[in-house]
Design a protein around this ligand. Structure first.
Ligand code: PLP
Length: 371
């Protein structure tokens, strides 16, 4: 075999482990009726208005998409009360996380993120030969003091995941405001709000006001979660003109596909779908809290559409046992918490099935370890 050179960063990057697709589990175990509560998707499905918009679009798929996403940016601008030059759509918020690294990280630069938090942040650092500094959460909450203390002259980007994935906890408006105002102005803070539509805590930041104040932030949002469009890949970033221009200069010309653009515009208008998603989420949260209490399993109170729960057994074993019962969740070991599960909220029926499968699996695992 011919020798060839590879970038050294490849040794540091471990490929992202996605939630197991339903079809894969069907093939592996020959199961039917599988439920996926592993990737924080909307259990109600996509907005019917988005579906209709995509159907109407399909015959135009021979054309390249609008590389500037003109109409989508216009809709988002009026929805958010911003200018179009403050908005950049991406191929999922994930793409924007990679782009912010591509725009701002030189080899040896540092980013600061929490642990546990969303793994895409460290990927974007590794890809640019930059160094991620991971600051442990305290009682599952961001330790903003420790994050501020970790800032050095090499720090370029700080990632605040709010609510945080996988803990579901939030940073409040006042906490975030004083954090932002005490940072060196040249550090960019990425505020990842993938789950913001689910939050009910009144102390949740109105991050757009920080943008108005001219603070150096990039807000990320997505159509993958409450809007139910994860399969189409579309999210967006909000920032000052200069940051948006920098991100535009490192993106591909047609980064957001045409179906995603029309679907997102329709989904944005479907307020009924959003309302239903939120309401279902609240009921699911209430039900699962009650069941976890009954089972004696401590959980981290969540503001998102998933919950991080202490299952008191090896989460890999429990994950495997749940898989055999047709229930896909996320084992906590991938986040460094081997006794936790991250469970996405489902429909009422899915939540019930998860709880009975969980109860059965815990009994099976418990009796095994008692032997
Ligand atoms: C799901 C998620 C995203 C968004 O992902 P997309 O690429 O838009 O699908 C971003 N950040 C966090 C923390 C997430 O959990």
């Amino acid at each position: 075999m011919e020798k060839f050179f590879k970038r050294s960063c490849l040794q540091q990057i471990t490929p992202y482990v996605p939630g197991k697709p339903v079809e894969e589990l069907e093939r592996e175990f020959g199961l039917k009726n599988i439920i996926k509560m592993a990737s924080n998707e909307n259990p109600l499905g996509p907005s019917p208005m988005a579906l209709e918009a995509v159907r109407n679009f399909l015959s135009g798929m021979n054309f390249y998409p609008d590389g500037n996403a003109f109409l989508l940016k216009k809709d988002l601008a009026s929805y958010l009360g911003l200018q179009e030059e403050n908005i950049i759509p991406g191929n999922g918020a994930d793409e924007l996380i990679t782009l912010v690294g591509a725009a701002y990280l030189n080899p040896g630069d540092e980013i600061i993120m929490a642990h546990p938090s969303f793994s895409c942040y460290e990927f974007s650092a590794f890809l640019m030969d930059a160094v991620p500094r991971r600051i442990c959460t305290r009682d599952f909450h961001f330790d903003l003091e420790a994050m501020a203390a970790a800032v050095t002259s090499k720090t370029r980007i700080i990632f605040i995941c709010n609510p945080n994935n996988p803990t579901g906890t939030i940073v409040t408006h006042r906490q975030l405001e004083s954090f932002l105002k005490n940072l060196p102005p040249e550090v960019l803070v990425v505020i990842d709000e993938a789950y913001n539509e689910y939050v009910t805590d009144p102390d949740y930041p109105s991050s757009l006001s920080f943008l108005d104040e001219g603070l150096n932030i990039l807000i990320l949002r997505t159509f993958s979660k409450i809007y139910g469009l994860a399969g189409l890949r579309i999210g967006y970033g909000l920032a000052g003109r200069e940051v948006i221009a920098d991100l535009n200069s490192v993106r591909e010309p047609f980064n957001v596909n045409a179906a995603a653009q029309v679907a997102a515009r329709a989904a944005l208008r479907d307020t009924e779908h959003i309302r239903a998603g939120r309401e279902l989420n609240l009921r699911a949260k209430e039900y699962l809290y009650k069941e976890f209490k009954r089972l004696g399993l401590p959980y981290v109170p969540t503001e998102a559409n998933f919950v991080f729960v202490d299952v008191k057994v090896d989460s890999r074993d429990l994950y495997q046992s749940l898989l055999r019962k047709g229930v896909i969740v996320r084992p906590g070991d991938i986040f460094g918490y081997p006794q936790y599960l991250r469970v996405s909220f489902g429909t009422e029926e899915q939540n019930c099935r998860f709880i009975s499968a969980l109860e059965e699996s815990l009994e099976q695992l418990g009796s095994k370890s008692a032997l």
